[in-house]
Write a protein that binds this ligand. Structure first.
Ligand code: I85
Length: 351
């Protein structure tokens, strides 16, 4: 396997953003690291979205990874990045294409002409999978795939669905790079040493499974009985993979769809499907041939009303838990490690 070439560094412009853009007061949303407002490119009159990030290592990482991902049609593209003093602080100002179609599930809820079908759900999953495949092949794990980060370019028709917000994205290191480091001999390398890459990516697959489940029925596979903080009961159900496909909502949904969800929501991350396996599954690859079975999704999302906010909050919280849990299993570097055998070796080396 060839090692990836280092990408050409792009650095933000230090010219003032206001020389090129008129910034409006319209807030489009709040991200993890900053707010998103509307703006207009002076020269062309084109509407754009501007994300304001306080300059930090974290913000620089977000911009860097997002920039590298901008080549995919299913990822919201960065147009420009400015490094300015803004509101008295050093900021990174990220100009993005403006997504005018709003959030994925809002649109399904508003869906009027006939019921939302299993085939439409498969088309949507295909779009999201193209984005995730692009990221995973570029050694990037998104780690925050959830309904609010899936936006449409325009109102119907011909809208393109795109993934946004790289505030939790992480560069993963592939097995080839790991094996290049002098401390591992390929013959003896344990699977967990090759693990971190896989764990971060498998977090994305889990989220894909949850999004697919909601697409097909309008409610999530795991939820607490009383809302608010992620409950012990919910945590236990997630850990044990306790969810089902209840009637009547799931009665007519294809077996292929259910099997795919099972593969994505597999409790053990090493058994979970890879993005390649999801993409080549018949349900995703032949999405145009998926049965046009009407789904309850639109109606349930509408009836759910306020609980949708709770569903979103719960997904945000479980993603946070997952990132923490997976970060803990990460392998320490030689310096951080405090293993008895290794210490002996270190001492011997310095003696
Ligand atoms: N356009 N998570 C929820 C939005 N165009 N949105 C969020 N993190 C981001 C907002 C809070 C996502 O990085 C977010 C980010 C980036 C955007 C974004 C990027 C590009 C948009 C947090 C809109 C929108 C929606 C309807 C109408 C219009 C714009 O949100 C408008 F009328 F302006 F065209």
């Amino acid at each position: 396997m060839a090692l990836q070439q280092p990408t050409t560094e792009r650095s933000p412009t230090t010219e003032p953003v206001t020389d090129y853009y008129d910034i409006s007061d319209t807030v489009l949303g709040l991200g993890i690291n900053g707010k998103v407002v509307q703006c207009v490119e002076r020269r062309t009159g084109i509407k754009r979205a501007l994300k304001v990030l306080r300059d930090s290592t974290k913000a620089r990482r977000e911009v860097d990874l997002h920039w590298r991902a901008s080549g995919c049609i299913h990822i919201v593209a960065i147009v420009d990045v400015f490094d300015n003093t803004y509101g008295g602080h050093r900021c990174l100002l990220v100009v993005m294409e403006c997504m005018e179609g709003g959030e994925l599930f809002q649109r399904i809820q508003d869906h009027q002409d006939g019921a939302f079908t299993e085939r439409q759900a498969a088309e949507i999953m295909h779009s999201i999978c193209v984005a995730v495949r692009y990221l995973h092949e570029s050694n990037i794990a998104h780690r925050d795939i959830k309904p609010e980060n899936l936006l449409y370019t325009t109102a119907y028709p011909n809208a393109v669905l795109k993934l946004t917000d790289f505030g939790f994205a992480k560069e993963t290191h592939n097995a080839a790079e790991t094996l290049q480091t002098p401390c591992y001999t390929p013959y003896y390398v344990a699977p967990e040493v090759l693990g971190p890459d896989k764990y971060d990516k498998s977090c994305d697959i889990w989220s894909l499974g949850v999004v697919m489940y909601i697409l097909l029925c309008g409610f999530p596979p795991f939820y607490s009985n009383h809302g608010l903080a992620i409950s012990p009961g919910m945590k236990k159900r997630i850990r044990l993979g306790q969810y089902d496909f209840p009637d009547p909502e799931w009665l007519d949904v294809s077996k292929e769809a259910k099997n795919l969800i099972k593969g994505m929501l597999s409790v053990n991350p090493s058994e979970r499907l890879s993005i390649q396996q999801v993409m080549t599954s018949r349900w995703v690859s032949a999405h145009r041939q998926v049965p046009q079975t009407p789904l309850c999704t639109g109606r349930l999302l509408r009836e759910g009303g306020d609980t949708w906010v709770e569903v979103q909050d719960e997904m945000t919280r479980s993603l946070a838990t997952m990132r923490v849990d997976y970060d803990q299993v990460q392998i320490k570097t030689l310096d951080q490690s405090n293993n008895a055998l290794l210490n002996k070796r270190k001492n011997k080396a310095t003696a």
